[in-house]
Design a protein around this ligand. Structure first.
Ligand SMILES: [Zn+2]
Length: 82
C-alpha cells in the first residue's frame, strides 16, 4: 500500500536520473594525474586522456594480495595499456 501520488513518484525518478547523469559526467572528465598533479601522457600517442585500466586479477597471487598489484593506465584515445 503506497501513499505516494503519481507526481511524487515521477519527481523522485527525475531526481535519480539527474543525479546519475552528474556522476557520469564527473567520471568521464576525471582523467588521471600523476602524484605531482601533472597530466599523465600516453607513451604511444602523447594524449593526456588517461584512465585507470580495469584490474585483471587472473593471477592467484593478486587475488589474495590485491594491494600488490600496480595500477595500470589505459589511453582513452589509442587504448594502449601502460
Ligand atoms: Zn594513446
Amino acid at each position: 500500500m503506497s501513499f505516494r501520488t503519481r507526481n511524487e513518484e515521477e519527481s523522485h525518478n527525475h531526481k535519480i536520473s539527474r543525479c546519475s547523469y552528474l556522476t557520469l559526467s564527473k567520471i568521464t572528465r576525471n582523467y588521471q594525474k600523476d602524484k605531482n598533479g601533472n597530466d599523465i601522457s600516453c607513451p604511444t600517442c602523447n594524449s593526456t586522456r588517461i584512465l585507470v585500466a580495469p584490474i585483471q586479477r587472473e593471477n592467484v597471487f593478486y587475488m589474495l594480495f590485491p594491494f600488490f598489484e600496480k595500477t595500470r593506465h589505459i589511453c582513452n584515445d589509442c587504448k594502449a595499456l601502460f
